[in-house]
Design a binder for this molecule. Structure first.
Ligand SMILES: Cc1ncc(COP(=O)(O)O)c(C=O)c1O
Length: 462
């Protein structure tokens, strides 16, 4: 009779590989946790609410948002020296978030008809909205005009034509920014770099594309060019690229004035300020971000009255968010311990998409023991379904524990899917010991409602 060999456990005390992320509490790495996160008698609290109580009340996986953290960062952006601050709604959006943005006096950047609709339906003043997107439909452009959107950022020549027609048909003059690609490669993941010459966004300055786009706008009586826009990428922590992009955009604005007597009132240099995801990583502070842009503008356009707009997303809401999971299984592999939680790539896509890294901490009790090399994995049918890649987790993290993953406020709920028919988690805001629901948990019934059971499709031809 043969017995199956048992897998050697990745024992505590075994030397850990270099570069492993440390499990980090709010006390050891406050930079990655929301402002109000605390460990109280070994249990994690955010906004004065015990996360284990929230898990009992709302279930897991669960997104938790610290309202005080968001409002603090919104204020830092307002005071950063930019003339106008748009919250980039792609990072995280729902009706309650729109109300928070409104109450903080911010403007809103949307990039789809859906985001626009949500903002308008929530009562956000459309004149304070800037509308992005590299492939807006005619219906979306018509909706922008009809709702009185403040600025539409045009991204291709066909769109200039379509927007001009939509505005003329509505007897309106639509304010427009032209998005340009200044040829600056941001130091970030390739998927988050958007300012180089070979990207789908904007008109390259090189080769005269951007200049021709501006002239195309100027030739349309129903459009008014008010600004030039550029966004070189996301999760940027060094300022050199930002200053260089500002210089290039300013040089383009100077060229428009000299060659065509076209005056630009506003330069929008996008978002992209980076946040710490792991202990010890830097944060690009709002004032540093804005000063770097101002330095570039001032070098090329000294004393110019041109206004500066910015569009932070991650930097405003990323650190406010924590995702709470319940550990369902712990299994020792040959090299690593696999800690399986009740979510995964359907609520946390960034590790699979960009190999993004995170830390974690137990929320229900202090975890103890020597650190072991672990990976926190989800419950989906993909081996790339990872929530926290390679982390040194205390040895006694066990089934039934609650794991909290910080820095998940941006691009988590916004990128969530129903992979494996997984209903999307709820989003709960916490503040001063109270919790309120921002987005309810999806139910299997929500998913079933979309099933059409073979309903016939009416074809228009044939
Ligand atoms: C045009 C534009 N503005 C702003 C942002 C927000 O970037 P972040 O969330 O990194 O600040 C993005 C992100 O993709 C963007 O494409």
């Amino acid at each position: 009779m043969s017995t199956a060999p048992s897998l050697p456990a990745p024992r505590a005390g075994t030397p850990l590989p270099d570069g492993l992320a440390a499990a980090a509490s709010p006390e050891t790495a406050p930079e990655v946790w929301p402002l109000t996160a605390r460990t109280v008698e070994g249990r994690l609290h955010v906004g004065g609410v015990a996360l284990h109580d929230l898990a009992d009340a709302c279930g897991t996986a669960l997104y938790v948002v610290d309202e005080a953290d968001f409002r603090h960062r919104a204020r830092l952006w307002r005071e950063s020296g930019a003339d106008r601050v748009h919250y980039a709604s792609k990072a995280f959006l729902c009706a309650e978030m729109i109300r928070w943005v409104d109450s903080e006096g911010l403007h809103l950047d949307v990039c789809s008809g859906g985001e626009l609709r949500l903002a308008v339906d929530t009562g956000f003043d459309a004149a304070r909205i800037v509308f992005h997107g590299n492939n807006k439909s005619v219906a979306e452009l018509e909706a922008a005009v009809a709702n009185g959107v403040g600025v539409v950022v045009v991204d291709c020549l066909e769109e200039i034509d379509r927007l001009a027609r939509a505005a003329a048909a509505a007897d309106r003059v639509q304010d427009v920014y032209v998005r340009i690609a200044p040829g600056v490669a941001a130091e970030t993941h390739d998927y988050m770099a958007t300012g180089g010459d070979d990207v789908k966004f904007g008109f390259p300055v090189r080769g005269g594309h951007a200049e021709r786009a501006v002239l195309a706008v100027a030739a349309r009586p129903s459009l008014r060019l008010t600004g030039v826009h550029s966004h070189i990428g996301s999760q940027i922590t060094a300022t050199d690229g930002l200053t260089l992009a500002a210089e290039r955009v300013a040089a383009f604005v100077a060229l428009l004035a000299e060659r065509h007597a076209i005056t630009v009132e506003e330069i929008d240099l996008g978002g992209g300020a980076g946040i710490p995801y792991l202990p010890g990583q830097p944060r690009l502070e709002p004032a540093t971000f804005t000063s770097a842009l101002r330095a570039g503008l001032e070098r090329v356009l000294p004393g110019s009255p041109v206004r500066l707009a910015v569009e932070p997303g991650r930097s405003m809401i990323g650190t406010a968010g924590v995702t709470l999971y319940r550990v369902g299984a712990v299994k020792d592999g040959l090299r690593r311990r696999f800690v399986s939680v009740d979510g995964g790539m359907s609520d946390a896509l960034r590790p699979s998409l960009y190999l993004a890294r995170y830390t974690a901490w137990t929320a229900n009790r202090p975890a103890r023991g020597e650190p072991v090399h672990a990976v926190v994995v989800g419950r989906h049918c993909e081996s790339g379904d990872v929530v926290v890649p390679d982390i040194a987790l205390p040895e006694d993290v066990a089934t039934g524990d609650l794991l909290a993953v910080p820095a998940t406020g941006a691009y988590h709920h916004a990128m969530a899917s129903n992979y494996n028919a997984q209903p999307r988690p709820a989003v709960v805001a916490v503040r001063d010991g109270r919790a309120h629901l921002m987005v309810r948990r999806e139910t299997p019934e929500d998913l079933r409602r979309r099933d059409a059971h073979g309903e016939p499709v009416r074809l228009t031809t044939g």
